[in-house]
Design a protein around this ligand. Structure first.
Ligand code: FE2
Length: 318
């Protein structure tokens, strides 16, 4: 069996005593080859996981036919229902892996109904973890990816929003809606040419005008949905508005911007600058917090910036 025919899965998402439901393969001694490691119906035990850790193996592999079963396993681990021995760190790793996989699949498919249904399901799963009393932001932050793909950015923004909304005292139901809004906030960007999104250096005026269309495009795609709230739609439409009126697409001012869109604006900037882009390195968290503070009270809402930067400081400081 060749590794190139298989899908890599993270060992961090496997918990002892849980049956994954699809065969697991590991790298063979021969280059590019994989051998069967564990049959679909057999549960790994804690000694197996420890042995993998000691050998420095962080990835195993599944066949593409086993993708659905593996995603089901990830949902069980993320929700904490798979096994009693599952840790919060494993739940965070499983959540991120399943959210990224299903979001990418749905964004590529380009079917709005499918994307909305997927995001509503994922926001429920994410909120269950983010609002759990034992949840630690550090566990989730350690497993996040920081590339420039729209689905990665959307997932990170959604988790950040869930953490921020919980800290600001929103109810669990509101947190779930806000997380779903975060997953959808850049939907309109899927229409923008990848060459523009990944362009190294400054965008010219025409390219920037194209990018600036994405809140309006995302909003028009979703506006008729009966399963989305006004707050969620405003997150899509207004997440690039600034409280001093210098934002887009409309240029509304503070009291015209929905509070959830103001929250989305703060974490959207934080996620964008701390992630890898084809044309620049990620900004360190301290610098990103400084940047937000400089915009605080002029383009970003002060209370939200304060809450978010203190969450980041408490999570990142040793
Ligand atoms: Fe955006």
């Amino acid at each position: 069996m060749y590794i190139s025919d298989l899908i890599a899965v993270s060992v961090a998402t496997l918990s002892s005593a849980a049956v994954v439901g699809t065969d697991l393969y590991c790298q063979a001694d021969a280059p590019e080859r994989a051998v069967l490691y564990c049959r679909a119906n057999i549960a790994l035990n804690s000694e197996d996981l420890e042995r993998l850790r000691q050998r420095g193996i962080t990835k195993l592999y599944i066949s593409s036919e086993g993708r659905r079963e593996y995603q089901k396993h990830l949902r069980d681990v993320a929700s904490g229902s798979g096994s009693n021995s599952v840790t919060m760190a494993q739940r965070s790793a499983a959540l991120n892996e399943v959210v990224l996989a299903v979001l990418e699949e749905s964004f590529v498919k380009g079917d709005t109904s499918d994307t909305v249904e997927t995001t509503l399901e994922m926001s429920q799963l994410a909120t269950r973890l983010l609002t759990d009393g034992d949840f630690a932001t550090g566990d989730l932050f350690r497993v996040l990816h920081h590339d420039y793909a729209t689905f990665t950015h959307s997932a990170n923004v959604a988790y950040y929003l869930g953490i921020l909304a919980t800290a600001l005292g929103y109810t669990k139901k509101e947190v779930e809606e806000i997380v779903a809004g975060g997953l959808l906030h850049d939907l309109g960007k899927l229409k923008v040419d990848e060459k523009i999104l990944a362009k190294p250096g400054k965008l010219d005026d025409a390219e920037f005008e194209l990018i600036k269309k994405h809140p309006r495009d995302g909003f028009s795609q979703l506006a008729d949905r009966k399963d989305l709230t006004i707050g969620q739609l405003m997150m899509v439409y207004q997440h690039h508005e600034k409280i001093d009126g210098r934002g887009y697409p409309v240029g509304c001012v503070s009291n015209e911007i929905h509070p959830w869109a103001k929250m989305c604006a703060v974490v959207d900037i934080y996620e964008a600058v701390t992630s890898q882009r084809p044309y620049r390195k990620p900004m360190p968290w301290q610098q990103a917090c400084e940047l937000l503070k400089r915009e605080s009270g002029t383009s970003l809402e002060k209370e939200i910036v304060e809450c978010w930067t203190s969450i980041i400081k408490n999570t990142m400081q040793p």
